[in-house]
Design a protein around this ligand. Sequence first.
Ligand code: ZN
Length: 70
Amino acid sequence: MFAPWCPTCRSRMLLGPRRVVSVERGPDGLRAVLRCHCDTLIVWSADVGETPAGPPVPASRGRDVTHQNA
Ligand SMILES: [Zn+2]
């Protein structure tokens, strides 16, 4: 099971192996692309899989980009 953060659901979603779209080996370990129940594609990395609930660091380098939900 995977528990990625879904930005659409604004929650961690428990997604089973049937939700896996693809798995790839990145520089930091395995990454899986999952399809949430809401149809959002989520990239899950083994690296951040055990962090507390919260938005993960995007795969891109835009760490200082913040999204304000005004
Ligand atoms: Zn979702």
